[in-house]
Design a protein. Structure first.
Length: 90
């Protein structure tokens, strides 16, 4: 059951496609950063996440196998383990 209407979805897509580019801000991030994505994410690809992680000093990139854009729902155990590991190291 989905509570979001087609109009809500359309506004979300519009916001995602028209937001300002924050790439120049990434090198200024000075806190521990985990960049996580699903290996099968076709909306925001692993290649895009690799570029994000490369732009953030000291960022850790994790690509969760066998999951897509909703990796927290598709691979909750794997994502939880990554988060536990990252938090304990931070």
């Amino acid at each position: 059951w989905c509570r979001a209407t087609p109009e809500v979805f359309a506004r979300q897509i519009h916001a995602a496609l028209t937001r300002r580019d924050l790439q120049p801000v990434l090198p200024t991030i000075a806190c521990p950063t985990l960049v996580l994505t699903g290996a099968e994410d076709n909306w925001s690809t692993p290649t895009q996440h690799q570029a994000i992680a490369a732009a953030i000093p000291g960022a850790r990139l994790t690509i969760v196998p066998e999951s897509g854009h909703m990796s927290t729902l598709e691979a909750p155990a794997a994502v939880s383990e990554v988060l536990r590991s990252w938090l304990s190291a931070a």
